[in-house]
Write a protein that binds this ligand. Structure first.
Ligand code: PBG
Length: 324
């Protein structure tokens, strides 16, 4: 048989495969999400996220040091607000002595070069478990944005490198940029959850923070997963309003969106490999139905190949170990 081209030549062995590999994961690609709780010496395994923990701040600091020593350079903070601090205004979210603000300071003190990114949304602080303020059963946009501005500013004051609004209210990126500028926080970045879909894959996360919506769902603010063009509209608007980094979330069921966004913007694109995606791999591996290590690397590689420049993932540590 005469063949002009034999594509298998480039797949003959690992040396040539690695030489021509188009996508290479490195520890610098990952953002490690961290769940923080009040207390001391608390390391609580999240039932729907086996192998992932919610920690008190003292234990979080140890974890951050370990992440840094492994080559992971950014963390994304989420806190579990105490029940008695929750209300419809979400005011605990801008308490200068709140758990988030204390955590930002403590992490920056312990590992100053670690990039600290903070979730900006009201859900952990809301008595309704919604990302915004509720009036007559509706999540109201403009008053919510006002609250997000106070929250963002308090994170910046505490020393956050990036605020990461995950709420999907209209106009919040431009408003946050403006308030940061007006208060001279010219070095604080904005990583916008630009195309965040109303997804069932956030279930385990809501267990981790006890933040499930008390009524209804999040479909009046998070995007409909039937839509693709809308993701581009949302993302372009966030870039225009001042987002430094944009995000697509979740990741694996949205690889087409990641690619489309990547082709549409000139800012870095991040993807959030969310809690449900973590849980799926963990559960199937536990049953012996998937090889966990291979599933982790293949999943993360596919997300990067789709166009993600950075990936928020609960597998950050595992991946770094596996990449050796
Ligand atoms: C809060 C927020 C959520 C996630 C990140 N920020 C939950 C939600 O929107 O309901 C989900 C992350 C994950 O599932 O890993 N707005």
């Amino acid at each position: 048989m005469y063949l002009q081209r034999r594509n298998r030549i480039l797949r003959t062995n690992a040396s040539i495969r690695n030489l021509v590999a188009e996508t290479i994961l490195t520890p610098a690609d990952f953002i490690a999400p961290l769940f923080i709780d009040e207390g001391q010496h608390v390391i609580f395994e999240i039932p729907s996220m086996p192998g992932y923990y919610r920690r008190s701040l003292d234990e979080t600091i140890k974890e951050v040091k370990e992440l840094w020593s492994m080559g992971i350079r950014s963390v994304l903070l989420f806190v579990k607000a105490a029940d008695d601090t929750k209300d419809n205004t979400g005011k605990e979210s801008w308490n200068p002595d709140g758990l988030m603000q204390r955590s930002i300071k403590a992490i920056k003190d312990a590992v100053p070069e670690m990039l600290v990114m903070t979730d900006v949304a009201l859900d952990p602080y809301s008595s309704y478990g919604h990302d915004g303020i509720v009036e007559n059963g509706e999540i109201v946009n403009d008053p919510t944005v006002e609250a997000l501005l106070k929250m963002s500013l308090s994170h910046a004051k505490a020393g956050a490198d990036f605020v990461a609004p995950s709420d999907m209210m209209d106009g919040r990126i431009g408003a946050i940029r403006k308030v940061l500028e007006e208060n001279n926080f010219t070095k604080t970045g904005i990583m916008s959850y630009s195309a965040k879909y109303a997804s069932c894959f956030y279930g385990p996360f809501r267990d981790a923070l006890d933040s499930a919506p008390g009524f209804g769902d999040k479909k009046t603010y998070q995007m409909d997963y039937a839509n693709r063009i809308e993701a581009i509209k949302e993302t372009l608007m966030d870039v225009e309003e001042g987002a430094d980094i944009v995000m697509v979330k979740p990741a694996m069921a949205y690889l087409d969106i990641i690619r489309e966004v990547k082709n549409s913007v000139t800012v870095p694109v991040s993807a959030y490999h969310v809690s449900g995606e973590y849980a799926m791999i963990k559960a199937a591996s536990k049953m012996g139905w998937l090889n966990e290590e291979k599933a982790i690397i293949e999943s993360l590689t596919s997300i990067k190949r789709a166009g993600a420049d950075l990936i928020a993932t609960y597998f950050a540590k595992d991946a770094v170990k596996l990449l050796g």
